[in-house]
Design a protein around this ligand. Structure first.
Ligand SMILES: *Cc1c(COP(=O)(O)O)cnc(C)c1O
Length: 384
């Protein structure tokens, strides 16, 4: 009997997304084995973290990397590091330890403003609220180049951008903003937590767009442990983040990452960058085709494969238009209530999709059996 059975919790088939509320993603065998092996010995933790960070930098083709307990933790640490970096650049090195110890009290820090673009997207990605945990002041700026340039002053520590066609709808993209503010002495942070695959995005924002830092969730598409995240890019920021984080008793002490998680994230990253993009895509496409074939016996529903994920990522999605009068959220209420629950993709309102369209994402589907259970659950909902 496993823990879910002991606690009487039903296992859910994930046909929607790498949502944290469903458990993100599942780790592969190799990742689990790496975690188990790591759990079997004591090591010098600082040495492990240091060498794992270097390995992560190499695997992601970045100058530097830092592993923490989630993308959220990375965002907090990167912003905190940005404030400290600018202060240290101004003063002498002797204040470094004091600054590290002081956060989230920012009274001795001059540059404590962090720019965030105004826009409808702020409701879809509420992660910008985490910036305040550092003691920084969030300054909202209109998404116009001249306004952004004007907003950058001596008091600005960083700007945090959220890429993806959805979040950047009606506002400037990070491709448009980053080159313009490159030499303004602030840390540019791109929260690209869910912008994978392709794996090349692991260096796209930092190498191609020259962002100082890009952040990724370890527990989403990388399929690492749920409580891992990765920041990559500028070595000064990753170094300060490391000083702020566990095992040091500072701002990031609560974001503890254990040796098992560190081992798991490295193993997952190795597999993620190793798997061919086409291979990854086709694995999902095949499962979606099985669902499509099984559903095509029903009249009156339109099905198509969309070539990219909801946030513009390189993955296929099956879009299913349910008959008039049916709704995606009602469908999911039904499929979730079954003996073998299935979580079907329901578009949030900001996607501006019709109410009766569901999406099926095969990223987290484990096998043909699960794929058939997905189509079966939709057929049941439609009384077919
Ligand atoms: C999921 C997500 C996060 C949080 O990631 P965790 O690894 O769960 O902390 C942060 N930002 C964005 C844009 C995300 O999609």
């Amino acid at each position: 009997m496993d823990i879910y059975e002991k606690l009487n919790i039903k296992k859910i088939i994930n046909a929607s997304e790498t949502y944290t509320v469903l458990g993100g993603s599942l780790m592969d065998e190799k990742t689990l084995r790496a975690m188990e092996a790591a759990a079997n010995a004591f090591v010098d933790f600082t040495e492990l973290l240091d060498k794992a960070n270097k390995r992560a930098a190499l695997l992601t083709n970045n100058e530097s990397a830092f592993i923490s307990s989630g993308a959220g933790a990375c965002l907090i640490l990167a912003v905190a590091a940005a404030m400290i970096k600018k202060e240290v650049d101004k003063q002498t090195g002797s204040v470094f330890a004091e600054l590290l110890d002081s956060l989230p009290d920012t009274s001795c820090i001059t540059a404590k403003e962090v720019l965030v673009l105004r826009g409808e997207y702020l409701e879809s990605v509420p992660y910008w609220k985490l910036i305040k945990n550092t003691g920084a002041k969030v300054v909202m700026v209109d998404p116009v180049l001249s306004d952004i340039e004007k907003a950058i002053t001596e008091k600005t520590a960083a700007i945090v951008l959220f890429p993806s066609p959805l979040y950047e709808r009606n506002i400037l993209s990070c491709e448009q903003i980053l080159p313009v503010i490159k030499n303004r002495n602030i840390t540019t942070i791109v929260d690209a937590s869910a912008q994978l695959p392709p794996a090349s995005n692991l260096y796209y924002y930092t190498r191609k767009l020259c962002a100082d830092i890009a952040i990724f969730s370890g527990g989403k598409h990388i399929k690492g442990p749920q409580c891992t995240g990765l920041m990559v890019g500028n070595p000064e920021i990753t170094h300060i983040s490391e000083e702020l984080a566990s095992p040091h008793e500072r701002l990031g002490r609560g974001f503890k990452t254990g040796k098992e998680e560190i081992a798991g994230l490295i193993a997952a990253l190795e597999q993620f960058v190793e798997e061919g993009e086409e291979e990854r895509y086709q694995r999902q496409e095949k499962l979606l085709q099985i669902i499509w074939d099984d559903l095509s016996v029903m009249p009156k529903i339109n099905i198509k494969i969309q070539k990219e994920g909801r946030l513009g990522t390189f993955q296929p999605l099956l879009l299913i238009e349910l008959p008039a009068g049916k709704s995606a959220s009602e469908c999911n209420d039904y499929t979730r209530s079954r003996e073998r629950p299935v979580d079907i993709g329901v578009y949030a309102k900001e996607f501006q999709m019709p109410d009766n369209v569901i999406f099926i994402n095969a990223y987290n589907l484990q096998n043909t059996d699960e794929a058939l259970e997905v189509s079966c659950s939709v057929k049941e909902y439609l009384n077919f």
